[in-house]
Design a protein around this ligand. Structure first.
Ligand SMILES: [Zn+2]
Length: 191
């Protein structure tokens, strides 16, 4: 089998070289309103990998990306912060037999960290691709939350563009008594 990034022969999803060089995470932070959002990559650097969420091979790729970003991040985080934490993925809709956001959230499951799968689902899935901030504001996702209240949570998504979706999610959760500590995304698509 071949490395899904450079196509060289490799037994792993990503070869050692890609994992340690090309795919070495570099965390950046953006603040949207009162929400801090941390991202591991610049969107353009891994765009071809992120686009695989639209086809079946994305299953392996998103799992592998989560294992070199979100998983080590949360492991370090809970050592420093022993509160009980819940992970909430943004709209874990299933396509091609899997949900890429669900794979990301699942990778963070560990001692003291619980994943509330499919608890925050969008009712409006109109495409935001290429749309203005104004359009996104006028066409909110209209999330329904069916998870626990009075908890501390970390939000997870694949990409942050304007941050409007994450902010909407934070507000919905807040109205259910969920304190969102911060959000994590694989990639930041800000130019
Ligand atoms: Zn490679």
């Amino acid at each position: 089998m071949r490395c899904m990034s450079c196509q060289c022969l490799s037994l792993r999803t990503f070869c050692k070289n890609c994992e340690t060089n090309l795919l070495a995470p570099s965390i950046t932070k953006r603040t949207i309103g009162t929400l801090d959002v941390y991202s591991f990559y610049k969107y353009l650097n891994i765009e071809n990998l992120l686009l695989t969420k639209h086809n079946p091979q994305g299953y392996r790729i998103f799992k592998a990306l989560a294992n070199i970003t979100l998983k080590p991040f949360i492991e370090k985080f809970i050592v420093a912060d022993p509160r009980e934490i819940y992970i909430i993925g943004i709209d874990e809709k299933v396509k091609n037999g899997y949900s890429h956001v669900s794979l990301l959230a699942h990778s963070m499951k560990s001692k003291g960290v619980k994943v509330l799968h499919s608890s925050l689902m969008a009712q409006n899935r109109v495409s935001y691709a290429g749309k203005t901030l104004q359009y996104r504001i006028e066409n909110p996702r209209n999330f329904i939350y069916k998870g626990k209240s009075k908890i501390e949570a970390i939000l997870v998504d694949d990409i942050i563009t304007t941050g409007i979706t994450l902010q909407e999610a934070q507000n919905v959760l807040l109205s259910h008594g969920v304190n969102v500590l911060f959000a994590l995304t694989l990639a930041d698509a800000k130019e």
